[in-house]
Design a protein around this ligand. Structure first.
Ligand code: PDD
Length: 292
């Protein structure tokens, strides 16, 4: 069966699905995106992903190409044409095709829309059982990381460091040692007194959809949770460290740079939250999963 992707009104064989050389996503990274987990025939947290897409578009003054209901029809069509059962959905909306100039094109220029599916379920059980490593690098991103912009070069540079080092992720750190988040996931730790800590969604991280769901699950399970900045020094001394994201679920971290966390085994809190998150995605109701 061929892989079909959507580009600007057309469903095309993936290999032939391309954008114009004057597309502003290509020339200026002038666009936004979402990655949504598709699990056993259902999108996970579809509504909050669509709401975040709308917010990102609004913050960058990119108009919505069509209604979010119409976008959902397109997404469902791409899912159906690829007979996707488990994997993820990538969608990008950018400011469209116009003769290259930094200022915005005229209002009649239609935003570009692409939708791509991948039959890859991100989280690796084997890795979660052993625990993963992270490396660290300065957070050199711009001040609007709250927007899910396709301008991801600093994230790519950071991810390449972990990739090269055989680690799973790269923590991004501020000059005072604060860990903001990771290159493509949110960062968490568990203090020696068993408080779960993650950076507040105050504009200096991407407010992860998985992060929000895990906060709810953790609070619902009676854990003490604090949304506050934490430093690398605190992470080194933590009982547990983990990361969360659409393609990660919850991944226990057992080593940060050359420092082994606690006894070097995945922590009980991270494993419990991973199991709770897994139960949550398994339990998403197919009848309402696409509601927005
Ligand atoms: N990345 N922080 C950053 C910088 C991210 O890029 C992501 C997601 C997250 C986690 O957000 P969420 O839980 O909504 O996936 C945090 C996606 C998966 C990506 O770029 O592929």
């Amino acid at each position: 069966m061929s892989h079909i992707s959507y580009v600007n009104g057309r469903y095309l064989p993936h290999a032939a699905a391309s954008v114009h050389i004057e597309d502003r996503g290509f020339q200026f990274a002038d666009g936004v995106y979402e990655v949504i987990c598709f699990w056993k025939g259902k999108p996970i947290d579809y509504k909050p992903h669509i709401e975040r897409l709308q917010r990102s578009l609004s913050e960058l003054q990119i108009r919505e190409p069509f209604s979010m209901k119409a976008l959902t029809v397109v997404v469902r069509e791409v899912v159906a044409r690829n007979r996707l059962t488990t994997g993820h959905i990538y969608m990008q909306v950018n400011r469209g095709v116009a003769s290259r100039a930094h200022y915005f094109p005229k209002a009649s220029v239609k935003p570009s829309v692409i939708v791509v599916t991948k039959p890859v379920a991100g989280p690796s059980e084997a890795m979660a059982e052993k625990g993963a490593k992270v490396v660290t690098t300065p957070d050199i991103r711009w001040e609007r990381v709250d927007i899910k912009s396709v301008s991801l070069l600093p994230n790519c540079l950071a991810k390449e460091l972990s990739h090269k080092a055989g680690a799973y992720e790269t923590f991004l750190t501020l000059p005072d040692g604060t860990v903001t988040e990771a290159s493509a996931s949110n960062a968490w730790m568990v203090t020696p007194d068993k408080t779960i800590v993650t950076h507040p969604a105050d504009g200096s991280i991407l407010s992860g959809i998985t992060r929000s769901t895990i906060l709810k699950l953790a609070r619902g399970a009676g854990y003490k949770v604090e949304e506050r900045p934490f430093t690398l020094t605190e992470a080194f001394a933590a009982k547990e460290v983990f990361v969360s994201g659409t393609t990660t679920f919850v991944m226990p971290i057992v080593q940060v740079d050359d420092r082994v966390i606690a006894n070097g085994a995945p922590g009980t809190v991270a494993l419990d939250l991973r199991a709770r998150y897994r139960a949550y995605v398994d339990g998403v109701d197919a009848a309402t999963a696409w509601d927005i």
